[in-house]
Ligand binder design. Structure first.
Ligand code: F6P
Length: 199
């Protein structure tokens, strides 16, 4: 049996300041999460008939916060640009409060239709759904167990797809920081989902 684990990067310096986007490093809390991940995952890796752990591969985005979060994991790693966070365009590096103040119309438009709203010079959730499609196909083709270290919006899209959620619900799926989401494919084609908080 294979498993897929989804996790956001550990808390970043931008997360601590409530800034969206960017390419910051990890906060000390984020570093602690990165250090705790290997033991959490190793305890969950399925074993084969000879009781040996099955092979595991790690996929990250190309952003520092996911690469740093994955760096202690003793498994082969691949970086995917398609796993990078939603591009917030002109709003990158702002807080939501600053967006509401600086670009009130944009803020209201996103609130009214978060799925379709595209940041000026950036992306919408629909754009992220389209650009992650090849990764998701590859994920389903891949037979090995997989750790995907990515970002809030992208993981909403991946989890939403794998659990067959209606598109409209995708932008509000809960993907907390410092939590491993374990997916186990079931014989009927659905997946079991377990949220594992990492203290
Ligand atoms: O705040 C962290 C973050 O990953 C931002 O970089 C990104 O813009 C945001 O979450 C996506 O979440 P939402 O679609 O709810 O704004």
């Amino acid at each position: 049996a294979r498993k897929i684990w989804l996790t956001r990067h550990g808390e970043s310096e931008y997360n601590q300041l409530a800034l969206i986007g960017g390419d910051s490093g990890l906060s000390s809390n984020g570093e602690a999460y990165a250090a705790a991940l290997p033991a959490v995952l190793k305890s969950r890796v399925p074993r084969d008939d000879e009781d040996a752990p099955v092979p595991v591969c790690v996929w990250t985005s190309t952003l520092q916060r996911t690469i740093r979060t994955a760096r202690h994991l003793p498994f082969p790693k691949v970086q995917w640009r398609a796993l990078d966070e939603i591009d917030a365009g002109i709003c990158d590096g702002l807080t939501y409060a600053q967006i509401a103040e600086t670009y009130p119309d944009e803020y209201a438009a996103r609130k009214a239709d978060k799925l379709r709203y595209r940041y000026p010079r950036g992306e919408s959730y629909l754009d992220v759904i389209a650009r992650t499609e090849p990764v998701i196909l590859e994920m389903e083709r891949e037979g090995e167990s997989l750790v995907v270290v990515s970002h809030q919006a992208v993981l909403r899209v991946i989890l939403g797809y794998l659990t067959a959620r209606p598109q409209q619900e995708i932008p509000s799926i809960s993907i907390p920081l410092h939590t491993v989401i374990e997916l186990t494919p079931l014989p009927d084609g659905t997946v079991a989902v377990e949220y594992i908080p990492v203290p």
